[in-house]
Design a protein around this ligand. Structure first.
Ligand code: FES
Length: 160
């Protein structure tokens, strides 16, 4: 399922959503980061016709995902690769992926990608008449990337 919903029939942004920018500007930039609702650093990115939004700091150690490459070979899933330690995070679901070895005794070793579960908080993107909005995912369940959203981390990252 897509994280982006397009509401051409409606001219109203969804309730509790926050304006990010004009779609044409985001498409041109490819990636935009924004402090949403005064409390959360969100990365909005455009890739192959789709908009995605997620926490801006990598769940592992707070790396700047806006500088990550996007790759597709992991089980066909689109992932952003964190530039700091190359962790792979799916764009749609925020799942952390790892390479599992099928049989440690087999030669040559064969590996395939497995999910560690949702590690990066993904937010909802809506486009209304060329304006792009993000609705924060406020599910109460803790997600690892939340840790880099505290005041302490946000201020230290902004200074860095
Ligand atoms: Fe992203 Fe380590 S901070 S992989």
């Amino acid at each position: 399922t897509s994280q982006t919903s397009s509401s051409s029939s409606s001219s109203l942004p969804p309730p509790a959503s926050h304006f990010i920018g004009r779609k044409e500007d985001i498409v041109k930039a490819g990636r935009v980061t924004k402090l949403v609702n005064g409390c959360r650093d969100v990365l909005v990115l455009y890739h192959q016709g789709q908009l995605y939004a997620m926490d801006m700091h990598c769940y592992h150690s707070g790396g700047a995902l806006k500088n990550g490459d996007i790759e597709q070979e992991f089980n066909g899933l689109l992932c952003i690769v964190c530039p700091w330690h190359k962790y792979k995070i799916t764009l749609e679901g925020g799942e952390g992926l790892y390479q599992a070895v099928d049989d440690p005794l087999a030669k040559p070793l064969r590996t395939h990608w497995r999910s560690k579960g949702v590690k990066q908080r993904i937010h909802k993107v809506t486009e209304v008449n060329g304006d792009v909005f993000v609705t924060l995912n406020e599910s109460g369940e803790a997600i690892e990337s939340d840790v880099y959203q505290t005041e302490k981390y946000r201020t230290s990252f902004l200074k860095a």
